[in-house]
Design a protein around this ligand. Structure first.
Ligand code: ASP
Length: 346
């Protein structure tokens, strides 16, 4: 071998070992997220919720119920339960309370009935289920889960959905179960302001609260889930269906990105594809959950004229509650079980 070739070989060897050494010196980027991080966020609706309109008793009642629900979800996750179970069981507590516009406390449609919508989605499989316009199911969120797990479909509506849920063994109640005086009075008030217009919004809308409920969770296996349940909007007509049972609008979950549940003016949430859009901004634009949620709720939705908010959790357990209304009933639980309840903006 020539002398020059030998020198070249020696140089290559030295360079190569330098590269290796410097690689060893640079510590690998460590993901500091605990492996079995868990977390949960719930909402009980957004809207014009102002402290001046609340009595301390009402405030305490809402807070206690939100805390009870959050605690339940956390216990399930802490015991190794799935995010789907946590979402379903947590939403049961909110559905069974007359405080929120879901299940027992659902608002009245123009026809004097309570027509309920719900959906659920699993982030691992991207499976989803939903029911719309059901009138006699005690817990619509469970019907949504049955649609996801035991049917070939994603969304079932009205009578068919009721028949399917009953055949699945879910609790059927008399429609009078959903009567609450407060909601009935709201319908009368909405009808007075209704004149001859087609909707339920103005002028009643001014002090409207979207009392829909929702839950998002991350379990010990790193699986995300989201669920939403609602009575829709007071005085709704023609079997109107909002965003809550629409996957991508009111509910979305994907283990790659996040789980989202929304509350607000459903027509806008559908048009803005709110829940999926947040996930898509994370997936395709590399945004953080907080950035994506802010972009969609404070810019996109707001610029379209849509009121409302979302709760969300990402695959690392980051928790977000973002809304463009004066308030949103909400609670977060971090991996250590610390519960934070909120109602107003600050
Ligand atoms: N988003 C629901 C709907 O439009 C209402 C709500 O959030 O309370 O049906």
């Amino acid at each position: 071998m020539k002398k020059s070739a030998l020198i070249l070989l020696l140089l290559a060897f030295i360079l190569n070992s330098c590269a290796n050494t410097s690689e060893e010196k640079t510590p690998k980027k460590v993901d500091e997220t605990p492996k079995n991080s868990i977390g949960l966020v719930i909402h009980g609706g957004a809207g014009t919720i102002l402290k001046k309109n609340m009595t301390p008793e009402m405030e305490a009642e809402y807070k206690a119920k939100l805390e009870e629900a959050a605690k339940k979800g956390y216990e399930i996750l802490q015991n190794g339960g799935s995010s789907l179970d946590a979402v379903e069981q947590t939403i049961h507590i909110l559905e069974n309370s007359p405080l929120f516009n879901a299940g027992k406390g659902a608002v009245f449609a123009n026809n004097g009935k309570n027509e309920l919508d719900a959906s659920i989605m699993e982030g691992k499989t991207l499976n989803a289920g939903a029911v719309a316009g059901v009138t006699n199911l005690k817990n619509p969120i469970s019907a949504a889960r049955k649609v996801m797990e035991n049917s070939d479909h994603v969304l079932l509506a009205r009578k068919g959905a009721e028949e399917f849920a009953a055949a699945q063994g879910l609790e059927v109640v008399d429609t009078s179960y959903f009567f609450t005086e407060k909601r009935f009075n709201s319908l009368q008030k909405a009808k007075q302001g209704d004149k001859d217009k087609t909707a339920y919004l103005d002028p009643y809308m001014k002090d409207y609260k979207y009392g829909t409920v929702g839950c998002v969770a991350l379990d010990k296996n790193g699986n995300l889930a989201a669920g939403t349940s609602t009575g829709g909007m007071t005085n709704k007509k023609w079997n109107r269906i909002g965003d809550s049972p629409i996957i991508g609008a009111g509910t979305y979950a994907n283990n790659k990105t996040c789980a989202v549940s929304g509350t607000g003016h459903g027509e806008y949430f559908i048009r803005a594809n709110v829940a999926y859009d947040i996930s898509a901004l994370m997936e395709y634009k590399n945004m953080s959950l907080q950035e994506a949620a802010k972009e969609v709720i404070q810019n996109k939705l707001k610029n379209m004229g849509g009121d409302g908010g979302i709760i969300a959790i990402d695959a690392k357990g980051n928790l977000v509650a973002e809304f463009n209304t004066p308030g949103m009933y909400r609670a977060t639980v971090d991996e250590k079980g610390k519960i934070t309840v909120g109602i107003y903006k600050d």
